[in-house]
Write a protein that binds this ligand. Structure first.
Ligand code: RAT
Ligand code: ZN
Length: 428
């Protein structure tokens, strides 16, 4: 009883000493369970779509792109290799012949170290043996524990044949994995989406004639029922405009937004990607561009009854997104996406969000594709977020208001899970 009372006193003690404040913020940020609001990780029940282990880690598209900066090998020769051979090449090039300084390369080192594997190993024998010996479900539990991820959101494509076959079998899987319904093919590649929708028996036309909009809505209803997604999502090019006079705009207005509204589902907009700027790199060949943030202002203004999650890929758009979110409380900035997920940029973005939005944003998502990436992506981000939060509290202290441990826990809880849970009623 005494320790409980002491503990409660400690929780409301004013932290007026900087060193103690820093230590406390770091501890809370490190320990707080996070909801990872956007990943591409799938659970073991998704069979070969469940990516884990050293070969998947090293053949991550971020590392493939980096390998080509330091090898003479042609793209064609690389793609002719097996996954094992590609992983060996990436290891040799980026980790043996070079010092793995880039964020994606250092991430591998963080993972190997976390599992007590040799980060200077001359080859991958030890790492391969280790990952091959893991029981998949226990390994998932262990990794989520290590990353302190309580829940994660997958990316689920209702036009991906292998994935839809599994959903059609009503597979059951880990409740910590939540679906998000991805709309990229429909909204960015309608011409190719049409035959795929037809194969699923939806009567749609390239020219949007006849029952097309009703049929797209029926398709979305079907997959919402099957997947119970926590939001609908789409990645969009830098040139995305709303409103516009193209097919995408009509699909947005006549199928996607009404569906979001009717099901009470948020719509995640991920803006600024330029797909395939170097096709020879395949999935590693995407680039980025600066987008027009006034587009999300207009979409938020015209659809006040829909909640939007938004992330931009260009560093230059980040400040504008903060200002847009100040004006529209149905707009939630989230994460430091893809090329922004580097400590220097996460630092800067987190600081400007805290300064402009207080605690009303989702600071990070991992975008992990391979299970163990959760360990480094969350580990590295937590360090940077803790530092930024500490600096804000320290400034507040200098202005005359100290914070208590209880307030710090409340704030970090809000950033790491409550803001997202409030947005997506389905994540409990
Ligand atoms: O960040 C990434 O890994 C990219 O390849 C994309 O998946 C991007 O995050 C997306 O969701 O389109
Ligand atoms: Zn992604």
């Amino acid at each position: 009883m005494i320790s409980l009372v002491e503990n409660q006193t400690a929780q409301t003690e004013l932290l007026t000493d900087s060193a103690k404040l820093l230590q406390h913020v770091e501890e809370v940020v490190n320990q707080m369970p996070a909801v990872d609001v956007h990943t591409h990780v799938l659970p073991p029940q998704f069979q070969s779509l469940f990516l884990y282990g050293i070969d998947d880690l090293l053949t991550y598209h971020y590392l493939i792109a980096e390998t080509f900066r330091s090898t003479e090998l042609s793209h064609a020769d690389f793609w002719a290799m097996t996954k094992t051979e590609r992983a060996d090449l990436v290891w040799q090039t980026l980790f043996v012949e070079n010092t793995p300084l880039s964020e994606a390369a250092r991430g591998i080192i963080t993972i190997l170290t976390a599992f007590d594997l040799d980060p200077r190993a001359p080859n991958l024998n030890e790492a391969r043996a280790f990952f091959a010996s893991q029981d998949p479900q226990q390994h998932v539990n262990r990794v989520l524990d290590m990353a302190r991820v309580s829940d994660l959101v997958m990316t689920n494509d209702p036009l991906h044949e292998q994935e839809t076959n599994l959903w059609e079998e009503n597979i059951s899987f880990d409740k910590r994995f939540h679906a998000s319904l991805r709309l990229d093919s429909i909204l960015n590649d309608w011409g190719n989406a049409v035959p795929l929708l037809s194969e699923q028996d939806f009567d749609v036309s390239v020219k949007l004639e006849g029952q097309t909009f009703n049929e797209v809505r029926r398709f979305l209803d079907k997959w919402i029922l099957k997947m119970s997604p926590v939001y609908l999502a789409v990645s969009l090019p830098a040139e995305f405009k709303y409103p516009d006079d193209d097919v995408r705009d009509r699909l947005f207005n006549e199928a996607i937004l009404p569906t979001a509204r009717e099901h009470g589902l948020p719509l995640a907009l991920m803006i600024g990607v330029r797909r395939g700027i170097n096709p020879a790199l395949r999935s590693a060949g995407d680039g980025m561009g600066r987008a027009d943030v006034s587009t999300v202002e207009r979409i938020s203004a015209r659809n006040p009854d829909v909640r939007f999650l938004a992330t931009f890929l260009s560093r230059e758009n980040q400040h504008e997104l903060c200002v847009a979110a100040r004006k529209f409380n149905n707009l939630m900035p989230f994460g430091c996406w893809w090329f922004l997920n580097n400590p220097s940029i996460v630092s800067e973005i987190t600081a400007e969000r805290l300064e402009l939005l207080g605690l009303s944003f989702v600071p990070q998502h991992s975008d992990a594709r391979v299970l163990e990436q959760l360990i480094y992506k969350w580990g590295h981000s937590r360090k940077v977020i803790a530092r930024q939060l500490f600096e804000m509290y320290e400034r507040l202290l200098a202005s005359g208001r100290a914070v208590t441990p209880k307030e710090i826990s409340r704030d970090v809880l809000r950033l790491f899970s409550e803001n997202f849970r409030a947005w997506t009623a389905n994540v409990r």
